[in-house]
Design a protein around this ligand. Sequence first.
Ligand SMILES: Cc1cc2nc3c(=O)[nH]c(=O)nc-3n(C[C@H](O)[C@H](O)[C@H](O)COP(=O)(O)O)c2cc1C
Length: 178
Amino acid sequence: MKTLVLVFHPDMSASRANRLLAAKAETLGNDVTVRYMYDLYPDQKVDVAAEQAALEAADRVVLQFPMYWYSTPALLKQWQDDVLLYGWAYGSTGKELLVAVSTGGPGDAYSHESSYGYTLTELLRPLQATANMVQMTYLEPFTTTGTLTITDEALAKRAEDYAATLQSTDLPVLEPRG
Ligand SMILES: Cc1cc2nc3c(=O)[nH]c(=O)nc-3n(C[C@H](O)[C@H](O)[C@H](O)COP(=O)(O)O)c2cc1C
C-alpha cells in the first residue's frame, strides 16, 4: 500500500509533536512518502499538478496537522480548495483518508460535557464530509492530544503507535454518520 503523508505545520522547527510523528513516518520505507507542505509552499501557492500527481500515486492519504482554532492550519484549506477540483477529485474513489491531528488541549476536554463542548470527531466533520464527497474511505482519526503537557515518553509511544497505524492495512473506518 502506497501511503502519502502530507504534513501541514507552519513551523516544523518549533514543532515537537508533529516533528516527531513525521520523523517516524519517514523511517517507514519507500511505501510511505512524507511531504512538508509549508516548506514546499511557503507562499501558499500550491502546485496543483504536482499535488494531484502525488495523490494519484497513493492508496492512502494522511493529512497530518496541529489543530488550530478547532480547525486546520490555513494551507490545508488552501490545498483542499486548489487540489480537490470537481471532476478530478472523484478520481480519488477507493483511496483511504486518515486524519492525524494533534491538539494542545487534553483529550478529555473534547466532549459534550467538558470545556470545549464538542468531540474531535465532530470538529473534523468537514474533512469527513469532503472524503465522503470525493468517495474516499474516511478512517478513524489518529489523535495526539494534550501536547502542551505530554511527556517525552508518552509522545515517543504515540510516535510508535503512529508507525503501526501507518503500516496497518486494516484500519477502522468511520462511517458517514459514525
Ligand atoms: C494558532 C494556534 C491555534 C491553536 N488552536 C488550538 C485549538 O483550537 N485547540 C487545541 O487543542 N490546541 C490548539 N493549539 C495548540 C496546537 O494544536 C498544539 O500546539 C499543537 O498540536 C502541538 O503540535 P506541535 O508540537 O507539532 O506544534 C493552537 C495553536 C496555535 C499556534
